[in-house]
Write a protein that binds this ligand. Structure first.
Ligand code: PLP
Length: 436
């Protein structure tokens, strides 16, 4: 670089956190999967029980889904080579949109290439400079990015707390447009949104409400329609988004709501208009998965049987699992270092899962995020429970501050000895946003 000029690559050269963890032999990310056998994956030539996916209904490898994908490839080709707006709209996209609108009982729907784009694109398009987005503090990153991309002011409120929402709303001017956005099931904690209370507060202050069903589609609702149907609040909920990347085993996402809003988004949302359309193989597979989900309700029943077994089982082994009410079960570890070691030991024992550390979770509250599928067997689940319990004890997790509340004892979560400027910066940034 020329002297006296800032090098935009400098931060990359200075980034050592990942390498430090690799050097310790504890790096848990980007593990390369060589093969998949239903609930088990092969990594480094060895089978591991998968408890780190979002394949809730076990449809990602269903033969019927794969066949439908292949048929769509043969009919429409490998890709659309363009956006939906121009040359990328195919009959199969329209069919998928009609099916989702019918299934979710919304007037209309459009399908985006990823769920991330749905949140980013819809928020950026709908909200204007004098508007406010009321955003749960634990909403997904795609929602936070949508808030950043939109011209509106973001007003975060305490997680799943309708009273905090009320306080925030009560201070906003009546003339500013307001949208409350919440995850149906929160992706890290597994918490179920208190939609009846949120909805009531939103209505009181003339706010629209938008629910992200990424982790609730196929999990909640009489037929797996999501939390909005679980609570019987479909008509009261203005917009519902969902993803195809979890229960439906593929990728992509949708937004469903009033026809005039969908029509507007179709012509204005940049994440929809300026990116290639969902590949035909994906649309074909998702359509079939959506049908199977409705034809085989036993999948959702099994998912819940497994989820309940694991929630109870982990508690019996002494784990804190927070306030989860879903098949996402976070195991509280506290210390980031211990979360990495715990994950690595599980991996060596034949279990695939990953730790979540700051900023994915609050600092000092590292977890190992586990999640369950309809297709897991009792034998697999018993092995997971016993192994987690044994390794938890070996690592002294239950004697740590996260469990005892004693800040002087064990690790507080601040023992991870890698440079943490970026973490500090993020904490400051977060505090800044909150202070607005
Ligand atoms: C709550 C939530 N919303 C949106 C998304 C983004 O969806 P996708 O991965 O399909 O792009 C995710 C993905 O992890 C999520 O957990």
């Amino acid at each position: 670089m020329k002297d006296g000029h800032k090098d935009v690559f400098k931060k990359c050269a200075d980034f050592t956190e990942a390498q430090n963890v690799k050097d310790m032999g504890l790096y848990p990310y980007f593990r390369s999967i060589e093969g998949i056998y239903e609930n088990q994956v092969v990594v480094g030539g060895r089978r591991k029980i998968m408890i780190g996916s979002n394949n809730y209904l076990g449809l990602a490898h269903d033969e019927r889904v794969l066949e439908a994908s292949q048929a769509a490839v043969r009919k429409y080709g490998a890709g659309c080579t363009g956006s939906r707006f121009l040359n990328g709209t195919m009959k199969i996209h329209e069919q998928l949109e009609e099916e989702i609108a019918t299934f979710t009982q919304k007037e209309a729907c459009i399908v985006f290439s990823t769920g991330f784009f749905v949140n980013q694109g819809v928020l950026a398009t709908l909200l204007e400079g004098d508007d406010y987005i009321l955003c749960d503090r634990e909403n997904h990153a795609s929602i936070l990015d949508g808030c950043r991309f939109s011209a509106a002011k973001t007003v975060p409120f305490a997680h799943n707390n309708p009273e905090a929402l009320r306080r925030r709303l009560s201070r906003l001017p009546a003339e500013g447009g307001k949208l409350v956005i919440v995850d149906g099931v929160f992706s890290m904690s597994g918490d179920l949104v208190d939609l009846p209370a949120m909805n009531k507060v939103a209505k009181e202050f003339g706010a629209r409400i938008y629910v992200d069903e990424a982790h609730s589609l196929g999990v909640f609702g009489p037929k797996g329609e999501g939390v909005v149907h679980h609570f019987g609040l479909n008509d009261e909920t203005d917009l519902v988004m969902g993803t195809f990347s979890k229960s439906l085993g593929s990728m992509g996402g949708y937004i469903a709501g009033p026809k005039y809003v969908v029509e507007y988004l179709k012509h204005k949302a940049r994440c929809f208009m300026f990116t290639a359309a969902l590949a035909p193989a994906v649309a074909g597979g998702v359509l079939r998965a959506l049908q199977i989900m409705q034809e085989e309700p036993e999948r959702m029943a099994n998912l819940w049987k497994n989820a309940k077994k694991m929630q109870e089982g982990f508690k019996a082994h002494g784990f804190k699992i927070g306030t989860t009410a879903s098949p996402i079960i976070p195991l509280l570890i506290g210390s980031e270092m211990k979360a990495f070691v715990f994950s690595q030991k599980l991996f060596e024992a034949g279990i695939f899962t990953t730790p979540a550390v700051f900023p994915a979770v609050r600092y000092g509250e590292a977890i190992v995020r586990t999640s369950y599928m309809a297709t897991h067997t009792d034998e697999e689940l018993d092995y997971v429970l016993d192994t987690c319990g044994r390794i938890g004890k070996e690592l002294g997790i239950f004697d740590d501050a996260a469990y005892t509340g004693d800040k002087r004892k064990g690790s507080s979560g601040y023992d991870f000895t890698v440079p943490n400027e970026s973490r500090d910066a993020a904490v400051r940034e977060d505090a800044g946003v909150l202070a607005q």
